[in-house]
Write a protein that binds this ligand. Sequence first.
Ligand code: PLP
Length: 377
Amino acid sequence: MSGALRVPFFDYTALFRRDEEGFLEVIRDVLGRGAYILQRDVREFEDRLKEFLGVRHAFGLSDGTNALMLGLRALGIGPGDEVIMPSHTYVATAASVHFVGATPVLADIGPDHMLDPESVERAITPRTRAIMPVQLNGRTCDMDALQGIAGRHDLVVVEDAAQALGSKFKGKYAGTFGAFGTFSFYPAKVLGCFGDGGALVTGDDEIAERVGLLRDHGRNAEGRVVAWGTNCRLDNVQAAVLSHKFKSYGRDIERRRQIARRYHDAFHSITDLVLPPGPDDDPDHFDVYQNYELESGRREELLAHLGEHGIQAVVQWGGSAVHQFPELGFEVSLPRTERFFQRCLMLPMNSALSDDDVQHVCETVRACYGLSREPAA
Ligand SMILES: *Cc1c(COP(=O)(O)O)cnc(C)c1O
């Protein structure tokens, strides 16, 4: 093979082309109505989200980072408060806490790569106000354990479900466990728009009222300013695109789970690899596979081999957990996370992959370990 790119990690254009006419029609409709900010399309998308998740309130917001910030502000979390979260997350999770004036406290991951309840318990201090689990890679944490800790220590749970719309733990959706949950619709997310977008959902009327004011300059339903607010609105074009994509969201998730199943069957016998849980492994979890992230003791070799065969694999967050950015000033040591970041990589995982693409990834990884193309039946 020449090394020409055959399976990109994420193909933004392919997702557009797949339904080009549908998208253009939706966008033309919004533009033609002159309805750009907080109009029907945003409300309709919020209604879809509420119905899908079974929550009382949903707000279309500018992006997932601001969604977290608004939720934290609505809860009154600020200077002097600490919020515990995993270090294996996007820096935005920690930044949202930093920018409301509170302190992000980073905890380790467990064997499942998700926020480790024991590490959370060790990180609790008299200043701790909240636990912020990250529903990473489309999987929901063991919320029983985390909510148990929160209950015993009188802490609030707030969820960064940016990567996990549609994921469930014990039948309950990511984003609906805590005081609020947030989502991102960044283009590469499971439900992505053509730009930035996010949402916050909550069952709490007071949080909802504050977030509604905060996102739109403190203006109430009559347009009167009744509090300090800012501008964090999802725009109507993106909302309409999201509603359109939401119609086939179930199929998109099923496709991701199907690809995960293929990967699982092809790789589970390779002892060097630590795979994410398979889609049918544990009835308590329903994973939507935002990413397929695995561990390998021979990561660099595997990455090079995939590259030689035109497959783009990626190390999440540019290869560093949040506490590993020295400029951010964290001084914790998190052994599991640190070991993980020496070994982790992500294979292409999205609903635009063809069966041939998936087959090529399966064969290429197997060949790197000297295995035949197909696993034994
Ligand atoms: C993408 C992401 C965010 C941030 O979302 P934006 O919409 O890009 O602001 C936050 N947390 C996690 C875990 C993410 O993956």
